[in-house]
Design a protein around this ligand. Structure first.
Ligand code: AMP
Ligand code: MG
Length: 423
């Protein structure tokens, strides 16, 4: 039975769950999901400090100050970032201050160098400074706690950790955080024709490229690939290799799922577990198997390992990974937004649909005149892997249409965007 892309995705997602959380070194947590709320135990910044290089003073000393009639103050100290002045600013005095330095006691404002006559006094050590304008109370002062107040919830549980969140956590002095762990995804290629990429290529053979494109996708989306290697098209070889992947959170095979004599992934999946579906109404990717294999957890207890049997064609395996394996991985990682961004674009060449299946056509998406435009990459054979290298999008042609004409507006999945905002 051929099921729709939506039904297939629902079944895959129904078989995976969020993984457990663990203590993670801050930098390694990039892209993971926070498993607990973060409450600040400190103010950031910790003290009122200067937003500019200049002079800390009392605003009440400056009324009437101008370029023509500077207000002269006595300079009693200099304070740099990281130090605290031991002096008090009193009426008629100022302290020279650098950006980030704590505002000295008694001062309520900072005037920048450019609004003083410091440049005109070059070299003179009179111990005085002329103020060239009136200063508003609080000028150029960053308040203690204005970014993060002590006791505030800084990041909510479930937040995706991106560079900004990693920076915020570092500003709190957190070197480790509690994050949902990364899924381990076993990657197994199948096919008698496959040769390891570090071996010579005998006649009739091809290099195993799927392992590398798939493992790279696993890495890109935050998982840990476990490469099992190549299984031959025999039940014994397939079983032996599949068993090596049963300790993973998900097992991905490529090849051996169509109707050929040596396509036995489905048979093995059926005998070693439970097969959920084996064809999807899409192109490329019609032969796509999914089920669960009987495995064991770390304590020797039985568990079900989700198994995606991707088609062998290099393009099909990448596209079906994007559509099914990626959302499954993201769900395991605790992410909420599982879909790639889809935009509307003007189709620049016609796309014909003769199969009654949903087409995913490799395209180069550009932007001009405020609109996206989708140019097809050329030959769409599912063995033409270089077309995936050219493409940054997949034009979606619905299954119930004869195609789309040039100039029509179509939906395009943007392969280069990951849409991990926390909004
Ligand atoms: P299959 O689904 O096993 O019938 O494979 C379909 C096509 O994809 C065949 O032309 C295979 O040679 C090719 N293919 C299968 N697995 C791989 C792989 N790991 N790397 C490159 N090509 C592959
Ligand atoms: Mg094969």
């Amino acid at each position: 039975m051929m099921i729709s892309v939506e039904e297939a995705l629902e079944k895959v997602l129904g078989c995976v769950d969020i993984l457990e959380a663990g203590e993670t070194p801050l930098l390694e947590s990039m892209g993971q999901v926070l498993a607990e709320a973060i409450i600040s135990h400190i103010d950031i910044p910790p003290l009122d400090n200067a937003a500019m290089d200049g002079y800390a003073l009392k605003a009440s000393d400056t009324p009437g100050a101008s370029d023509q009639s500077p207000r002269i103050l006595h300079v009693i100290d200099t304070v740099i970032a990281g130090s605290i002045s031991q002096h008090q600013v009193t009426p008629g005095t100022a302290i020279r201050i650098m950006t980030g330095a704590p505002v000295p006691g008694g001062a309520d404002s900072v005037i920048r160098f450019e609004d003083t006559d410091e440049a005109r006094r070059q070299g003179s050590s009179s111990g005085e400074i002329g103020i060239l304008c009136e200063v508003k109370h609080g000028l150029n002062i960053r308040r203690a706690g204005e970014d993060i107040a002590r006791g505030a919830t800084v990041l909510k549980k479930g937040t995706v950790l991106r560079p900004a969140e990693i920076g915020v956590l570092a500003s709190l002095g957190m070197s480790k955080i509690n994050a949902v762990r990364r899924p381990v995804v076993a990657v197994l290629a199948t096919g008698n024709e496959l040769v390891q990429i570090d071996q010579p290529l005998p006649p009739g053979k091809i290099y195993n490229s799927n392992t590398y494109s798939i493992a790279s996708l696993v890495k890109r989306y935050g998982g840990v690939p476990k490469i099992i290697g190549i299984a031959f098209d025999s039940e014994a070889s397939l079983l032996d290799k599949l068993r090596q992947g049963l300790d993973a959170d998900m097992l991905i095979t490529s090849g051996g799922v169509s109707a050929g004599d040596y396509d036995m992934v489905k048979d093995v999946l059926a005998s070693e577990g439970e097969i959920t579906f084996s064809t999807v109404r899409m192109k490329p990717g019609k032969p796509l198997a999914f089920g669960t294999l009987k495995g064991m957890d770390g304590n020797g207890n039985p568990r079900r390992v989700p198994h995606l049997g991707l088609p062998g064609n290099p393009v099909s395996s990448m596209i079906t990974f994007e559509l099914f394996a990626r959302p499954a991985m993201l769900k395991m990682m605790g992410k909420k937004n599982l879909a790639k961004p889809v935009v509307e674009a003007v189709l620049e060449e016609p796309a014909v649909n003769t199969d009654g299946r949903r087409l995913y056509i490799r395209a180069i998406v550009t932007k001009s005149d405020g609109r996206y435009h989708a140019h097809l990459t050329g030959p769409q054979g599912s063995g033409i892997l270089t077309s995936m290298s050219l493409a940054n999008g997949l034009v979606i042609v619905p299954e119930d249409t004869a195609g789309a004409k040039a100039g029509e507006t179509v939906k395009v999945i943007l392969l280069g965007w990951d849409d991990e905002d926390n909004i």
